[in-house]
Design a protein around this ligand. Structure first.
Ligand SMILES: Nc1ncnc2c1ncn2[C@@H]1O[C@H](COP(=O)(O)OP(=O)(O)OP(=O)(O)O)[C@@H](O)[C@H]1O
Ligand SMILES: [Mg+2]
Length: 342
Protein backbone atom coordinates (compact mmCIF):
# COMPACT_ATOMS: atom_id res chain seq x y z
CA UNK A 1 0.00 0.00 0.00
CA UNK A 2 1.14 3.52 -0.74
CA UNK A 3 -0.13 6.61 1.05
CA UNK A 4 0.57 10.09 -0.20
CA UNK A 5 -0.20 12.55 2.56
CA UNK A 6 -0.67 16.29 2.14
CA UNK A 7 1.98 16.49 -0.53
CA UNK A 8 2.91 19.92 -1.87
CA UNK A 9 5.66 20.87 -4.30
CA UNK A 10 7.00 24.28 -5.22
CA UNK A 11 9.79 25.13 -7.62
CA UNK A 12 12.02 28.16 -7.37
CA UNK A 13 12.08 30.18 -10.57
CA UNK A 14 15.37 31.63 -11.94
CA UNK A 15 14.31 35.07 -10.60
CA UNK A 16 14.04 33.63 -7.11
CA UNK A 17 10.25 33.63 -6.86
CA UNK A 18 8.57 30.32 -6.15
CA UNK A 19 5.84 28.57 -8.10
CA UNK A 20 3.53 26.10 -6.44
CA UNK A 21 2.90 23.11 -8.72
CA UNK A 22 1.21 20.63 -6.33
CA UNK A 23 -1.00 21.63 -3.42
CA UNK A 24 -1.99 19.35 -0.58
CA UNK A 25 -2.34 16.10 -2.54
CA UNK A 26 -3.54 13.10 -0.53
CA UNK A 27 -4.01 9.72 -2.15
CA UNK A 28 -4.05 6.15 -0.86
CA UNK A 29 -3.63 3.13 -3.11
CA UNK A 30 -4.26 -0.17 -1.28
CA UNK A 31 -2.58 -3.46 -2.20
CA UNK A 32 -3.99 -5.16 -5.27
CA UNK A 33 -5.47 -1.94 -6.53
CA UNK A 34 -5.04 0.43 -9.46
CA UNK A 35 -5.52 4.18 -9.14
CA UNK A 36 -5.49 6.31 -12.25
CA UNK A 37 -4.40 9.92 -11.92
CA UNK A 38 -5.87 11.91 -14.78
CA UNK A 39 -5.59 15.56 -15.69
CA UNK A 40 -4.82 17.97 -18.51
CA UNK A 41 -1.35 18.95 -19.67
CA UNK A 42 0.45 21.04 -17.08
CA UNK A 43 -1.77 19.87 -14.22
CA UNK A 44 1.22 18.55 -12.29
CA UNK A 45 1.01 14.82 -13.04
CA UNK A 46 4.66 14.26 -13.88
CA UNK A 47 5.70 16.36 -10.91
CA UNK A 48 3.55 14.10 -8.74
CA UNK A 49 5.15 11.05 -10.34
CA UNK A 50 8.65 12.39 -9.62
CA UNK A 51 7.73 13.17 -6.02
CA UNK A 52 6.28 9.68 -5.52
CA UNK A 53 9.41 7.99 -6.87
CA UNK A 54 11.43 10.50 -4.82
CA UNK A 55 13.37 11.74 -7.81
CA UNK A 56 12.10 15.10 -6.60
CA UNK A 57 11.78 15.87 -2.93
CA UNK A 58 8.30 17.02 -1.88
CA UNK A 59 8.25 20.54 -0.38
CA UNK A 60 5.75 19.29 2.18
CA UNK A 61 3.97 16.07 3.05
CA UNK A 62 4.98 12.44 3.09
CA UNK A 63 5.10 9.27 0.99
CA UNK A 64 4.48 6.08 2.96
CA UNK A 65 4.96 2.59 1.55
CA UNK A 66 3.48 -0.07 3.81
CA UNK A 67 3.49 2.47 6.63
CA UNK A 68 7.13 3.48 6.20
CA UNK A 69 7.79 7.14 5.42
CA UNK A 70 10.27 7.47 2.55
CA UNK A 71 10.06 11.23 2.13
CA UNK A 72 12.63 12.19 4.76
CA UNK A 73 15.21 9.49 3.98
CA UNK A 74 18.43 10.22 2.14
CA UNK A 75 21.55 8.55 0.85
CA UNK A 76 21.86 4.79 1.17
CA UNK A 77 18.59 4.47 3.15
CA UNK A 78 16.64 6.23 0.44
CA UNK A 79 18.24 4.14 -2.32
CA UNK A 80 17.34 0.99 -0.43
CA UNK A 81 13.74 1.86 0.44
CA UNK A 82 13.05 3.35 -2.98
CA UNK A 83 13.23 -0.18 -4.38
CA UNK A 84 9.70 -0.63 -3.04
CA UNK A 85 8.54 1.60 -5.89
CA UNK A 86 9.04 0.35 -9.44
CA UNK A 87 8.75 2.93 -12.19
CA UNK A 88 7.75 2.30 -15.78
CA UNK A 89 9.30 4.91 -18.01
CA UNK A 90 8.36 5.62 -21.59
CA UNK A 91 9.61 2.93 -23.99
CA UNK A 92 12.54 5.07 -25.14
CA UNK A 93 14.07 4.48 -21.71
CA UNK A 94 15.39 1.03 -22.78
CA UNK A 95 19.09 0.80 -23.58
CA UNK A 96 19.26 0.12 -27.29
CA UNK A 97 22.61 -1.70 -27.24
CA UNK A 98 21.32 -4.22 -24.75
CA UNK A 99 18.87 -7.07 -25.33
CA UNK A 100 15.49 -7.30 -23.63
CA UNK A 101 16.95 -9.71 -21.06
CA UNK A 102 19.98 -7.47 -20.42
CA UNK A 103 17.72 -4.44 -19.95
CA UNK A 104 15.66 -6.32 -17.39
CA UNK A 105 18.84 -7.47 -15.63
CA UNK A 106 20.14 -3.90 -15.14
CA UNK A 107 18.66 -3.13 -11.71
CA UNK A 108 19.84 -6.53 -10.45
CA UNK A 109 23.38 -6.05 -11.78
CA UNK A 110 23.46 -2.62 -10.19
CA UNK A 111 22.76 -4.27 -6.85
CA UNK A 112 25.49 -6.85 -7.40
CA UNK A 113 23.20 -9.87 -7.49
CA UNK A 114 25.07 -13.02 -8.56
CA UNK A 115 24.82 -14.09 -12.18
CA UNK A 116 22.84 -17.30 -11.66
CA UNK A 117 20.22 -15.47 -9.55
CA UNK A 118 19.96 -12.73 -12.16
CA UNK A 119 19.38 -15.29 -14.91
CA UNK A 120 16.67 -17.00 -12.92
CA UNK A 121 14.90 -13.75 -12.05
CA UNK A 122 15.08 -12.44 -15.64
CA UNK A 123 13.54 -15.68 -16.88
CA UNK A 124 10.67 -15.29 -14.38
CA UNK A 125 10.14 -11.68 -15.37
CA UNK A 126 10.12 -12.42 -19.11
CA UNK A 127 7.49 -15.02 -18.38
CA UNK A 128 5.42 -12.61 -16.27
CA UNK A 129 5.17 -10.21 -19.22
CA UNK A 130 4.72 -13.00 -21.82
CA UNK A 131 8.00 -12.36 -23.61
CA UNK A 132 9.86 -15.61 -22.89
CA UNK A 133 10.72 -15.98 -26.57
CA UNK A 134 12.05 -12.44 -26.95
CA UNK A 135 14.80 -12.27 -24.32
CA UNK A 136 17.59 -12.05 -26.90
CA UNK A 137 15.93 -9.41 -29.06
CA UNK A 138 17.20 -5.84 -29.11
CA UNK A 139 14.68 -3.03 -28.52
CA UNK A 140 14.75 -2.10 -32.23
CA UNK A 141 13.54 -5.64 -33.02
CA UNK A 142 10.53 -5.31 -30.70
CA UNK A 143 7.21 -3.56 -31.22
CA UNK A 144 6.35 -0.52 -29.11
CA UNK A 145 4.06 -2.59 -26.93
CA UNK A 146 6.72 -5.29 -26.45
CA UNK A 147 9.32 -2.66 -25.52
CA UNK A 148 6.93 -1.35 -22.94
CA UNK A 149 6.48 -4.86 -21.53
CA UNK A 150 10.27 -5.09 -21.17
CA UNK A 151 10.08 -1.78 -19.29
CA UNK A 152 7.44 -3.26 -16.99
CA UNK A 153 9.52 -6.38 -16.36
CA UNK A 154 12.50 -4.18 -15.47
CA UNK A 155 10.34 -2.12 -13.11
CA UNK A 156 9.36 -5.36 -11.35
CA UNK A 157 12.90 -6.73 -11.07
CA UNK A 158 13.43 -5.78 -7.42
CA UNK A 159 10.02 -7.01 -6.18
CA UNK A 160 8.42 -3.59 -5.66
CA UNK A 161 5.13 -3.17 -3.79
CA UNK A 162 4.19 -0.15 -5.84
CA UNK A 163 4.27 0.24 -9.59
CA UNK A 164 4.24 3.77 -10.95
CA UNK A 165 3.62 4.62 -14.57
CA UNK A 166 3.71 8.09 -16.11
CA UNK A 167 2.07 8.00 -19.55
CA UNK A 168 3.45 4.50 -20.15
CA UNK A 169 0.95 3.85 -22.91
CA UNK A 170 1.19 7.19 -24.69
CA UNK A 171 2.34 6.72 -28.26
CA UNK A 172 1.01 3.15 -28.41
CA UNK A 173 -1.84 2.14 -30.69
CA UNK A 174 -5.17 1.33 -28.97
CA UNK A 175 -4.65 -2.42 -29.20
CA UNK A 176 -1.15 -2.39 -27.66
CA UNK A 177 -2.46 -0.02 -25.01
CA UNK A 178 -5.18 -2.51 -24.07
CA UNK A 179 -2.63 -5.34 -23.96
CA UNK A 180 -0.45 -3.34 -21.57
CA UNK A 181 -3.41 -2.43 -19.36
CA UNK A 182 -4.57 -6.05 -19.18
CA UNK A 183 -1.02 -7.05 -18.26
CA UNK A 184 -0.95 -4.46 -15.47
CA UNK A 185 -4.22 -5.83 -14.10
CA UNK A 186 -2.82 -9.35 -14.14
CA UNK A 187 0.35 -8.19 -12.36
CA UNK A 188 -1.74 -6.29 -9.80
CA UNK A 189 -3.35 -9.59 -8.78
CA UNK A 190 -0.28 -11.78 -9.15
CA UNK A 191 2.00 -9.60 -7.01
CA UNK A 192 -0.58 -7.72 -4.88
CA UNK A 193 0.70 -4.48 -6.35
CA UNK A 194 -0.49 -0.95 -5.67
CA UNK A 195 -0.42 0.59 -9.13
CA UNK A 196 -0.52 4.30 -9.94
CA UNK A 197 -1.28 5.05 -13.57
CA UNK A 198 -0.72 8.62 -14.62
CA UNK A 199 -2.31 9.71 -17.88
CA UNK A 200 -3.99 12.65 -19.58
CA UNK A 201 -6.51 10.33 -21.24
CA UNK A 202 -9.44 9.16 -19.16
CA UNK A 203 -10.59 6.72 -21.83
CA UNK A 204 -7.27 4.87 -21.56
CA UNK A 205 -7.85 3.90 -17.95
CA UNK A 206 -11.60 3.68 -17.58
CA UNK A 207 -11.67 -0.09 -17.94
CA UNK A 208 -8.76 -0.90 -15.71
CA UNK A 209 -8.72 1.57 -12.80
CA UNK A 210 -10.25 0.63 -9.45
CA UNK A 211 -10.11 4.29 -8.39
CA UNK A 212 -9.58 7.57 -10.17
CA UNK A 213 -8.17 10.89 -9.01
CA UNK A 214 -8.56 13.94 -11.22
CA UNK A 215 -5.95 16.64 -10.82
CA UNK A 216 -6.11 20.18 -12.17
CA UNK A 217 -3.73 23.07 -11.51
CA UNK A 218 -1.93 20.98 -8.89
CA UNK A 219 -5.04 20.17 -6.89
CA UNK A 220 -7.10 16.98 -6.69
CA UNK A 221 -10.53 18.12 -7.82
CA UNK A 222 -12.26 14.76 -7.50
CA UNK A 223 -11.36 11.24 -6.44
CA UNK A 224 -13.02 7.97 -5.54
CA UNK A 225 -13.67 4.38 -6.45
CA UNK A 226 -14.95 3.95 -10.01
CA UNK A 227 -18.13 2.24 -8.81
CA UNK A 228 -18.89 5.12 -6.43
CA UNK A 229 -18.15 7.77 -9.04
CA UNK A 230 -20.51 6.25 -11.63
CA UNK A 231 -23.31 6.02 -9.10
CA UNK A 232 -22.91 9.64 -8.00
CA UNK A 233 -24.95 11.92 -10.27
CA UNK A 234 -22.96 14.94 -9.05
CA UNK A 235 -19.61 13.47 -10.08
CA UNK A 236 -18.11 14.94 -13.20
CA UNK A 237 -15.74 11.99 -13.65
CA UNK A 238 -18.68 9.66 -13.04
CA UNK A 239 -20.63 11.24 -15.86
CA UNK A 240 -17.59 11.11 -18.13
CA UNK A 241 -17.06 7.43 -17.30
CA UNK A 242 -20.70 6.60 -17.99
CA UNK A 243 -20.73 8.36 -21.34
CA UNK A 244 -17.51 6.55 -22.34
CA UNK A 245 -18.99 3.23 -21.27
CA UNK A 246 -22.25 3.91 -23.10
CA UNK A 247 -20.34 4.84 -26.25
CA UNK A 248 -18.47 1.53 -25.89
CA UNK A 249 -21.72 -0.36 -25.45
CA UNK A 250 -23.21 1.19 -28.58
CA UNK A 251 -20.06 0.42 -30.55
CA UNK A 252 -20.22 -3.17 -29.46
CA UNK A 253 -23.89 -3.36 -30.40
CA UNK A 254 -25.28 -3.69 -26.91
CA UNK A 255 -28.89 -2.97 -26.19
CA UNK A 256 -28.67 -0.05 -23.77
CA UNK A 257 -31.49 0.61 -21.35
CA UNK A 258 -32.15 2.86 -18.42
CA UNK A 259 -33.92 0.83 -15.75
CA UNK A 260 -35.97 2.29 -12.94
CA UNK A 261 -36.79 0.22 -9.90
CA UNK A 262 -38.17 0.38 -6.39
CA UNK A 263 -37.43 -1.61 -3.25
CA UNK A 264 -39.58 -4.57 -4.27
CA UNK A 265 -36.98 -5.52 -6.87
CA UNK A 266 -34.65 -8.37 -5.84
CA UNK A 267 -31.13 -7.12 -5.15
CA UNK A 268 -29.64 -9.64 -7.57
CA UNK A 269 -31.81 -8.41 -10.44
CA UNK A 270 -28.94 -8.20 -12.90
CA UNK A 271 -28.00 -11.86 -12.35
CA UNK A 272 -31.65 -12.89 -12.67
CA UNK A 273 -31.95 -11.01 -15.97
CA UNK A 274 -28.69 -12.41 -17.22
CA UNK A 275 -29.91 -15.95 -16.50
CA UNK A 276 -33.41 -15.50 -17.89
CA UNK A 277 -32.33 -13.78 -21.09
CA UNK A 278 -29.10 -15.74 -21.40
CA UNK A 279 -27.02 -12.60 -22.01
CA UNK A 280 -24.34 -10.66 -20.17
CA UNK A 281 -25.73 -7.62 -18.40
CA UNK A 282 -23.18 -4.83 -17.98
CA UNK A 283 -23.82 -2.15 -15.40
CA UNK A 284 -22.79 1.16 -16.99
CA UNK A 285 -23.95 3.47 -14.25
CA UNK A 286 -26.29 3.46 -11.27
CA UNK A 287 -27.87 5.82 -8.84
CA UNK A 288 -29.91 4.85 -5.79
CA UNK A 289 -32.04 7.29 -3.88
CA UNK A 290 -33.57 6.78 -0.50
CA UNK A 291 -37.12 7.94 0.09
CA UNK A 292 -37.97 8.24 3.77
CA UNK A 293 -36.66 5.68 6.25
CA UNK A 294 -36.78 2.44 4.32
CA UNK A 295 -38.01 2.68 0.77
CA UNK A 296 -35.69 3.65 -2.06
CA UNK A 297 -35.71 3.79 -5.76
CA UNK A 298 -32.88 3.31 -8.13
CA UNK A 299 -31.92 4.00 -11.66
CA UNK A 300 -29.42 1.90 -13.53
CA UNK A 301 -27.97 2.20 -16.97
CA UNK A 302 -27.22 -1.24 -18.36
CA UNK A 303 -26.01 -2.79 -21.59
CA UNK A 304 -27.37 -6.16 -22.66
CA UNK A 305 -24.75 -7.96 -24.67
CA UNK A 306 -26.46 -9.64 -27.62
CA UNK A 307 -24.62 -11.33 -30.44
CA UNK A 308 -26.91 -9.76 -33.00
CA UNK A 309 -29.17 -6.86 -32.12
CA UNK A 310 -31.28 -7.44 -35.20
CA UNK A 311 -32.62 -10.64 -33.75
CA UNK A 312 -33.44 -9.33 -30.32
CA UNK A 313 -37.05 -9.77 -29.31
CA UNK A 314 -37.75 -6.62 -27.37
CA UNK A 315 -41.09 -7.89 -26.06
CA UNK A 316 -39.43 -10.84 -24.38
CA UNK A 317 -36.97 -8.49 -22.72
CA UNK A 318 -39.64 -6.03 -21.59
CA UNK A 319 -41.66 -8.88 -20.16
CA UNK A 320 -38.70 -10.26 -18.22
CA UNK A 321 -37.98 -6.80 -16.83
CA UNK A 322 -41.59 -6.19 -15.84
CA UNK A 323 -41.82 -9.50 -14.04
CA UNK A 324 -39.17 -8.45 -11.57
CA UNK A 325 -40.52 -4.94 -11.23
CA UNK A 326 -38.19 -3.04 -13.51
CA UNK A 327 -39.25 -0.35 -15.92
CA UNK A 328 -37.05 0.16 -18.97
CA UNK A 329 -36.37 2.97 -21.35
CA UNK A 330 -34.30 1.78 -24.30
CA UNK A 331 -31.57 4.09 -25.52
CA UNK A 332 -30.56 2.69 -28.88
CA UNK A 333 -31.02 4.50 -32.18
CA UNK A 334 -34.37 5.54 -33.60
CA UNK A 335 -34.51 2.56 -35.95
CA UNK A 336 -34.27 0.29 -33.01
CA UNK A 337 -36.76 2.27 -30.95
CA UNK A 338 -39.27 2.10 -33.78
CA UNK A 339 -39.07 -1.67 -33.64
CA UNK A 340 -39.43 -1.48 -29.90
CA UNK A 341 -42.63 0.54 -30.23
CA UNK A 342 -44.25 -2.03 -32.58
N1 LIG B 1 11.62 22.04 -12.62
C1 LIG B 1 10.59 22.87 -12.75
N2 LIG B 1 10.71 24.18 -12.45
C2 LIG B 1 9.65 25.01 -12.56
N3 LIG B 1 8.42 24.64 -12.95
C3 LIG B 1 8.22 23.35 -13.26
C4 LIG B 1 9.28 22.40 -13.18
N4 LIG B 1 8.80 21.19 -13.56
C5 LIG B 1 7.50 21.40 -13.87
N5 LIG B 1 7.15 22.69 -13.69
C6 LIG B 1 5.82 23.27 -13.93
O1 LIG B 1 4.86 22.53 -13.24
C7 LIG B 1 3.64 22.44 -13.98
C8 LIG B 1 3.23 20.97 -14.07
O2 LIG B 1 4.15 20.25 -14.88
P1 LIG B 1 4.04 18.69 -15.09
O3 LIG B 1 5.14 18.25 -15.98
O4 LIG B 1 3.95 18.04 -13.74
O5 LIG B 1 2.62 18.58 -15.83
P2 LIG B 1 1.88 17.29 -16.42
O6 LIG B 1 0.56 17.24 -15.76
O7 LIG B 1 2.75 16.10 -16.32
O8 LIG B 1 1.67 17.70 -17.94
P3 LIG B 1 1.72 16.77 -19.26
O9 LIG B 1 0.36 16.11 -19.36
O10 LIG B 1 1.91 17.76 -20.36
O11 LIG B 1 2.83 15.78 -19.13
C9 LIG B 1 3.92 23.07 -15.32
O12 LIG B 1 3.31 24.33 -15.33
C10 LIG B 1 5.42 23.16 -15.38
O13 LIG B 1 5.83 24.28 -16.10
MG1 LIG C 1 3.65 14.77 -17.71
Amino acid sequence: MIEIKNLSKSYVRPDGSSVSVLKDISLTVPDRSITAVVGPSGAGKSTLSKCISLLERPSEGSILVNGKDLSNLSGENLRKERRAIGTIFQSSALLHRKTAAQNIALPLEYLGVVKSDIDRRVKELLEAVSLSDRGNYYPSQLSGGQQQRVGIARALALHPQVLLSDEATSGLDPQSTQTILRLLRKLRDEFDLSIILITHEMDVVRNIADSIAAIRDGVIVEQGRVQDLVSNPNSQIGRQLISLKVADAFNNRHLVAELTYGDNVPSDWSQILSRQLNVNVHLLGANIEQIGEKSFYGRALVGFEFLDLNHVDILVISKALQLIGLHAEFKNDTDFNRRVAV
